[in-house]
Write a protein that binds this ligand. Structure first.
Ligand code: NAD
Length: 345
């Protein structure tokens, strides 16, 4: 028989992995608590039609570990966890399914706090909340995406200062890939700061809006990699920094919201050797989790923006450290996170 948790490539001494099956609602879910040294594990609940259970296990292990790193670098008093529901989010959702997840979270007694993610919505989280209080981001205090966009903007400013020695975005060209909840708001901030935009999205309405409202130049989804830009801002998909795109990217800075931008860890080093400053994704895109965490812990909403703005200073330290040590920024970001959650141990 195949061992399928401890041998998974993404298993990283996770504290707890819980398999949930609730026949009445049809719930099949996996909850992974990666690390709780800094506080209860927090991270979203993804619903996805996984090809098989192995794919779901791998995803939840990878994503929960990523949350530990993201939350630690963001300076939040929470650990990392994630949950996945195996099913088609377009066809299989019922309130009972999410209530059953709520019951499972209640049994964990607060070791893991969920929130919305790919395939789930604030309405689904409201159903979870009928059975447990261990759920965040219910939408009553608003969408976290503008805070993710703010974090990206201050992160890009820090990168421009460090790598181009410039105090402003004025006149810089930014290639924005994906104009969704985060990408559009980030683009709007860049435009307001004097940057020129080149944009691409599979959604024609989104690119038209960027053309008319932000004066953006529109290119095809494939041509965005060749854009003559100072900054490439991936705000759609993961793994867009890969062996096929690397030779095409002209930008000197990569600063975008997408998760898991590096197809493999080695790409981080290849970017460094090309003298491209890679702004680690899980550091620059933490604005949303900061907002959700404040909401969950009932911390003052007025303080969220100041916390998100600290992403700029954190990144500058990472850039300086990476330059001093001759390391990639992604490796240094991992070390900063590990120093925080392992020190807590
Ligand atoms: P979204 O779904 O609102 O937007 C994604 C956009 O990308 C859509 O407009 C979509 O049409 C476009 N897109 C899809 N495929 C594309 C392609 N091949 N080329 C160009 N555009 C394409 O998502 P979002 O909430 O804006 O998140 C964007 C990214 O940032 C995701 O990777 C997400 O995981 C990450 N992220 C988001 C948040 C947040 O607060 N929303 C926080 C952290 C990380």
């Amino acid at each position: 028989m195949t061992a399928f948790v401890f041998n998974e490539p993404n298993f990283d001494d996770h504290e707890q992995v819980v398999f949930v099956s609730e026949p009445k609602s049809g719930l099949k879910a996996i909850i992974a608590v990666h690390n709780t040294q800094l506080g209860p594990a927090m991270g979203g609940c993804r619903m996805w039609n996984y090809v098989n259970e192995g794919a779901a296990i791998n995803d939840v292990l990878r994503l929960s570990r990523g949350m530990t790193y993201k939350n630690a670098v963001a300076g939040l008093p929470i650990g990392g966890g994630k949950s996945v529901i195996i099913g088609n989010p377009k066809a299989d959702k019922t309130p009972a399914l999410f209530e059953a997840l709520g019951v499972a979270l209640e049994r964990l007694g607060g070791r893991y706090v969920t929130a919305e993610d790919v395939g789930t919505s604030p309405a689904d989280m409201a159903a979870v909340a009928r059975k447990t209080r261990y759920v965040a981001g219910l939408g009553d205090r608003g969408d976290p995406s503008p805070f993710t966009a703010l974090g990206c903007f201050v992160g890009a400013e820090a990168a421009v200062k460090f790598h181009l020695n410039r105090d402003s975005m004025e006149g810089l060209v930014v290639a924005v890939q994906g104009l969704g909840h985060v990408g559009y708001d980030y683009a709007r901030r860049l435009h307001a700061a004097g940057a020129r935009l080149i944009v691409a999205d599979i959604d024609q309405a989104a690119v038209e809006r960027a053309r008319t409202e932000l004066g953006a130049q529109v290119v095809s989804v494939d041509d965005i990699y060749d854009a003559q830009a100072d900054i490439y801002a991936p705000c759609a998909l993961g793994a867009t920094l890969n062996p096929a795109t690397l030779p095409r990217i002209k930008a000197r800075i990569i600063a975008g919201a997408a998760n898991n931008q590096l197809a493999t860890p080695e790409i981080g080093d290849q970017l460094r050797m090309k003298e491209v400053l890679y702004v680690p994704d899980f550091v620059i895109n933490a604005g949303g989790i900061i907002k959700v965490c404040y909401e969950y812990l009932n911390k003052p909403e007025a303080d969220v923006e100041a916390h998100v703005r600290q992403i700029g200073g954190t990144l500058t330290e990472i850039f300086e450290h990476a330059a001093r040590q001759g390391l990639s920024t992604s490796v240094v970001a991992d070390r900063v996170a590990e120093a925080r959650f392992k020190r807590a141990t």
